[in-house]
Design a protein around this ligand. Structure first.
Ligand code: MG
Ligand code: MG
Length: 255
C-alpha cells in the first residue's frame, strides 16, 4: 500500500479534526482530579466533540478479539499499569495515580488522534519522570519527521531516547498513518534502525505514539476484552499527536 500524500484540502480538514480532538483532550485533562470517575471524563470528551460537529472515532471500533465487543466509549481511560483501551465507567480516580487518556475525532470525513498521560493530584517522582521522558520521546519523534529522513529515523529517535533513560518501548502497538481512517499505512513502530523504511515526504500525515514502560514491556488484555495493562504491573505512559510532514518543520495537527 502506497503512503497517501494529503492535498491542501485534506490537510485543512485534518487540522480542523485535530483541533477539535485537542479541545476534547484538553477539557478532559482540565477535569482530571481525585474523585472524578472515568465515565464522567468520557462524557466531557464526547460533549466537546459533538458540540463542534464531530463524531467520537473510537465508538464501535472493532475488537481485535473476534469474541470481544466493539469499543463502547469516546475515550480510553487507562490507569497506572494500564496502557491503552481502558474502558471508562464508574471507577473514580485517586490521588497519586497516572491516567492515560486517548481520544479520536472524526470531522468532515477526517480523523484526529492524540493522547496524553497525566498525573492525578500529586504523584511520585518515579511516575513524573516516566511522564516527562515519554512526552520527550514524542517530541523527538516529531522532530525527526522531516523530509530527508526515513520512517526508521523516527522510530529509532523514540527508541534510543527511551532506552537511554532506562525505559522500554511497547512492541504490540505502533504509530500509524491517519487520514480518512484512524489507522492507515504506514505503521510507525517505536523501535527501529536509522536510515531504514520509507522516505518521508511532504503531505504525509501520521500519528506518533510512544508507549513506555518501567521494566518489561509485556502486555495482556484484561477480562473486559479491551483494557491493556503491563504483565509486570509496573507503570506505563503514552503520548500521541497526529502530525503533518512538510517541506519545513513538522506540523502538529492535534493542537
Ligand atoms: Mg490514539
Ligand atoms: Mg493512534
Amino acid at each position: 500500500m502506497p503512503i497517501t500524500l494529503r492535498s491542501e484540502t485534506a490537510v485543512a480538514a485534518m487540522r480542523r479534526a485535530g483541533h477539535v480532538n485537542a479541545l476534547a483532550l484538553e477539557a478532559v485533562c482540565d477535569a482530571v482530579r481525585p474523585g472524578i470517575s472515568t465515565g464522567e471524563l468520557d462524557r466531557i470528551a464526547e460533549d466537546v466533540i459533538r458540540s463542534h460537529g464531530g463524531t467520537p472515532a473510537f465508538v464501535d471500533y472493532p475488537n481485535s478479539d473476534p469474541a470481544g465487543p466493539p469499543y463502547p466509549a469516546t475515550i480510553n481511560a487507562s490507569i497506572d499499569d494500564e496502557l491503552v483501551h481502558g474502558l471508562p465507567g464508574r471507577r473514580r480516580l485517586r490521588e497519586g495515580q497516572i491516567l492515560s487518556i486517548d481520544v479520536g475525532t472524526i470531522l468532515d470525513g477526517y480523523v484526529g488522534d492524540s493522547a496524553v498521560t497525566v498525573p492525578v493530584g500529586r504523584i511520585s517522582e518515579e511516575a513524573q519522570r516516566l511522564l516527562d521522558v515519554t512526552r520527550e520521546a514524542l517530541r523527538l519523534g516529531i522532530e525527526a519527521s522531516r523530509v530527508g529522513n526515513r520512517l526508521g529515523d523516527v522510530s529509532s529517535a523514540i527508541q534510543q531516547w527511551a532506552e537511554s533513560q532506562g525505559y522500554q518501548v511497547v512492541r504490540e502497538y505502533t504509530g500509524h498513518g491517519v487520514g480518512r481512517d484512524m489507522h492507515e499505512e504506514p505503521q510507525i513502530p517505536n523501535w527501529g534502525k536509522p536510515d531504514r523504511g520509507a522516505p518521508l515526504r511532504a503531505g504525509m500525515t501520521y500519528a506518533l505514539e510512544p508507549m513506555l514502560t518501567i521494566g518489561e514491556p509485556k502486555l495482556y488484555v484484561k477480562r473486559d476484552r479491551w483494557t491493556v495493562a503491563t504483565v509486570s504491573g509496573a507503570l506505563c505512559a503514552h503520548f500521541e499527536h497526529t502530525i503533518l510532514v512538510t517541506d519545513a518543520d513538522p506540523e502538529i495537527l492535534t493542537i
